[in-house]
Write a protein that binds this ligand. Sequence first.
Ligand code: SAM
Length: 193
Amino acid sequence: MSQAFWESRYQSGDMPWEKGAPSPGLVDFLAAHPELARDTVCIPGCGTGHDVRAWARAGFQAYGYDIAPSAIRLAVRQTRSAKLSAQLQIANFLQDAPPLLFDWVFEHTLFCAIQPGERDDYVRALLRWLKPGGQYLAVNYLIPDRDGPPFGTTRDELWQRFSPHFDLLQEWVPRSYPNRTGLELMLWWRRKG
Ligand SMILES: C[S@@+](CC[C@H](N)C(=O)[O-])C[C@H]1O[C@@H](n2cnc3c(N)ncnc32)[C@H](O)[C@@H]1O
């Protein structure tokens, strides 16, 4: 979908994904892993930045990117109000060169927001933005929908796309927002090489 499409969704307030809180699965993951080094994390398609602030609050060096200028404006404002430190910038994750190579990429409702025909580009972008040996934590949305966004996926598709490049460290069904209960799957991968 184009930048104009996403920008108009923010400008008209048509944002059903906006829950006013970070992904519950991410919140639980961060609480369960105090041992992780507080490295750099890229959150592409970060929207208004709830997940960016969750990583920042946990002590990581958090960088949020979104294609929609209004999303970044809102994310900057809310991050300042929360007195947290994070980098927030407009970027097209699928096309742009990364400003640095990240230790982590966190996926939450970007994979399901892009056109299914762009998923090869998504995997290529992930390999461009993430360090070799870096970690990819994903909250995947396993819905059947073909008329998105959101566009559905399956565990099989995720395995076929990511396992050639990543080793799977862990997989679980997370706690979710009420209307997504049982529809999310978290996959924690480490990039090969
Ligand atoms: C469904 S929303 C999810 C926002 C946020 N992850 C959340 O869960 O609240 C998808 C977001 O991805 C952004 N987006 C779509 N395509 C993008 C791209 N190619 N690069 C960066 N952001 C993109 C949209 O502007 C939108 O903010």
